[in-house]
Design a protein. Structure first.
Length: 146
């Protein structure tokens, strides 16, 4: 079995990864971090949208650091995981990864983004669940944290 865990720097992603390593002890676990290039754009007053210089390098470094955290969480359970940093729209990239990597199940945190950004960009976990070719488990916050 191959389980994909959508992984970012959120507590919900940590919970999703912990769920996956506990629930699927024999599975191959792939923690996938997706960097959305729409977040690398700055709005200039006269010049319009522009890519922020050095954004790709900073995002790549942050993704590497984030995935090292995922490896550390897996190590707490004496597990090794695969990690993958992808550039693209988060929902689409995870669904494509699931299709291409022969993933059997996806585990996601339900609220990786908060506030206005969640409403503007839509819920990534909801979009993955709608488009996924495989079953999806969404890990929610405990009731007192919603």
């Amino acid at each position: 079995m191959h389980v994909l865990v959508g992984y970012d720097e959120s507590e919900q992603a940590d919970r999703a990864l912990r769920h996956a390593v506990e629930r699927y002890p024999e599975a191959t676990i792939s923690a996938v971090h997706v960097s959305d290039p729409r977040e690398w754009i700055a709005q200039g007053e006269e010049e319009g949208p522009q890519f922020v210089e050095g954004a790709y390098d900073r995002v790549s470094e942050a993704a590497t650091k984030t995935l090292k955290t995922a490896e550390g969480i897996a190590a707490e359970y004496d597990r090794e995981i695969r990690t993958e940093a992808i550039v693209g729209g988060p929902a689409r990239a995870m669904v494509e990864y699931a299709e291409e990597a022969d993933v059997d199940h996806i585990v996601l945190g339900s609220h990786g983004r908060r506030g206005v950004r969640r409403f503007l960009l839509g819920s990534v976990s909801e979009a993955v669940a709608k488009r996924s070719p495989v079953s999806v488990t969404m890990i929610r916050n405990p009731p007192d944290e919603d």
